[in-house]
Each structure stands twice: as structure tokens, then as C-alpha cells.
Write a new protein. Structure first.
Length: 82
């Protein structure tokens, strides 16, 4: 569905790319279609008065900054260089 107002179209496209990335990532990891995960978050948010949205935003933050949050693997000894 294309909107007639171009700025709303750009805003909608931005949110689809950024906000739905969490559901796509979970869908790939779990082998489930992302639409099912999106529906789960929506229905669960209605049932629990919006508390899963906090979890969703936390996951989106971690997913967006996962390159900065990676931990180095420990070396087996002092003499192992990588």
C-alpha cells in the first residue's frame, strides 16, 4: 500500500527497516517466519499492557550495537598470539 504523502512513505520505510529487524533476526535464528514473531509481540503486548515492548527495544538496541558488544575469546596461554 503506497501512501500519497512522500514523507510518510519514507518514515514508514524507515520503521520497517529498523523496527522489524529484531523479528527478522529471531525468525532466522529460530526458523520461524518473522510475521509470526511480530504477531506474538503484538498480542503479548496487549495481554501484558505493553511490557514486552521494553524487551523488544532492548533487543533492538543490542542487535544494532552487537559489533561493539562482542567479547574476545580467551587465549589458552600467554604465548598464543592472534
Amino acid at each position: 500500500m503506497e501512501l500519497k504523502i512522500p514523507i510518510l512513505n519514507q518514515l514508514l520505510h524507515y520503521f520497517e527497516r529498523k523496527a522489524f529487524g529484531v523479528c527478522d533476526w529471531w525468525g532466522e535464528k529460530l526458523g520461524i517466519h518473522p510475521i509470526i514473531i511480530r504477531k506474538f509481540f503484538i498480542y503479548f503486548s496487549f495481554l501484558t499492557m505493553g511490557s514486552p515492548l521494553l524487551l523488544y527495544f532492548l533487543m533492538a538496541f543490542v542487535l544494532e550495537h552487537k559489533n561493539y558488544l562482542k567479547f574476545r575469546q580467551k587465549r589458552k596461554s600467554v604465548w598464543d598470539f592472534k
